[in-house]
Design a protein around this ligand. Structure first.
Ligand code: CA
Length: 247
C-alpha cells in the first residue's frame, strides 16, 4: 500500500503493483503449477505458458523479472525461446533441463541462461537459485542476466549483445571501436596479439591505419576500464610484441 495524492490534494491509499513478475514456461502442467506456487510464496506474481509461442507472446506484452524456461517444449523449443528473449531483453532466465546429454548440450550452446536446473529438481532448489539470482541483481545493479557471451572478470563485465561494459556495476562509456577491441582481447584471455593482428581482427579489412591507432585505443580503454591505468590489471603490454588481456 502506498499513499498517492489525487489532483484535489486528498490522499488516497492505492495498491501499487510492485511485485516482481515471473513467467513460467513448461508444457507439463503439474510442474508449472508447483513452480508457480513456490515463486508466489517468494513474492512473485506469476504467469504460466504451456509452449514457446505463448511464452514469447506474453514476454512481448508483460515486463518480466524472471523466466523459468523448460528446454523441451512443443513447437518452439526452450533454446529458441531463450535466444529470442535474449535478443530483446535482459531478463534473468533459469532453464529446466533433463539430466545428462541435454545439460551438456545446453552448456555447449553457451546460450546465456543465468542458471540451469536438471529435472527432477526440488522446488526448494529452484527457490534457492532464484534467490541467488535476485541477490546478484541487487548487489551489482547490473542487469543480472548473463547474456550469451557475457564476459566477467572480477568487477568488469563485457556484454557483446548489449555492447555494454560495466565496472563495479557502473556503466563504462566506450566507443564502438574501443568496445570491439576490448571484446576481442577479452575473448582471447592470455593470448598475445601484435598491433597489426589487432588491426586485422578489430578494424575493417580495408582500414589502412597504422599501428599507433591501436596504441591510442589501448590507452583510452585503460583509462576507462582499469582502476589504475598506469598499472593495468587486464589490458597488459607485452613488450616488443603487443598486448594481451589478463583475466
Ligand atoms: Ca517439457
Amino acid at each position: 500500500m502506498a499513499e498517492r495524492q489525487t489532483e484535489g490534494g486528498a490522499a488516497i491509499s492505492a495498491t501499487i503493483e510492485t511485485r516482481r513478475h515471473a513467467l513460467i514456461v513448461e508444457d507439463e502442467a503439474s510442474i508449472r503449477e508447483v513452480v508457480a506456487q513456490y515463486l508466489e510464496l517468494e513474492g512473485f506474481a506469476t504467469t504460466q505458458a504451456a509452449d514457446g509461442l505463448e511464452a514469447l507472446r506474453i514476454a512481448a506484452k508483460q515486463p518480466l523479472d524472471l523466466v523459468v524456461l523448460d528446454l523441451m517444449l512443443p513447437g518452439v523449443d526452450g533454446l529458441e525461446v531463450c535466444r529470442r528473449l535474449r535478443g530483446a531483453s535482459a531478463v534473468p532466465i533459469i532453464m529446466l533441463t533433463a539430466r545428462g546429454d541435454e545439460e551438456d548440450k545446453l552448456l555447449g550452446f553457451g546460450l546465456g541462461a543465468d542458471d540451469y536446473l536438471a529435472k527432477p529438481f526440488s522446488p526448494r532448489e529452484l527457490v534457492m537459485r532464484v534467490r541467488a539470482i535476485m541477490r546478484r541483481i541487487a548487489a551489482t545493479n547490473v542487469p543480472a542476466m548473463v547474456l550469451a557471451g557475457t564476459l566477467r572478470f572480477g568487477p568488469l563485465t563485457i556484454q557483446p549483445e548489449l555492447r555494454a561494459v560495466h565496472r563495479d556495476g557502473a556503466p563504462v562509456e566506450v566507443t564502438a571501436k574501443e568496445f570491439d577491441l576490448l571484446h576481442f582481447l577479452a575473448s582471447h584471455p592470455g593470448q598475445v596479439f601484435s598491433r597489426q593482428q589487432l588491426l586485422d581482427n578489430v578494424w575493417d579489412y580495408d582500414y589502412y591505419g597504422d599501428a599507433s591507432t591501436v596504441t591510442v585505443h589501448i590507452r583510452r580503454l585503460r583509462e576507462k576500464v582499469e582502476m589504475d591505468p598506469a598499472r593495468p590489471q587486464h589490458i597488459k603490454t607485452v613488450w616488443g610484441v603487443g598486448y594481451k588481456f589478463q583475466p
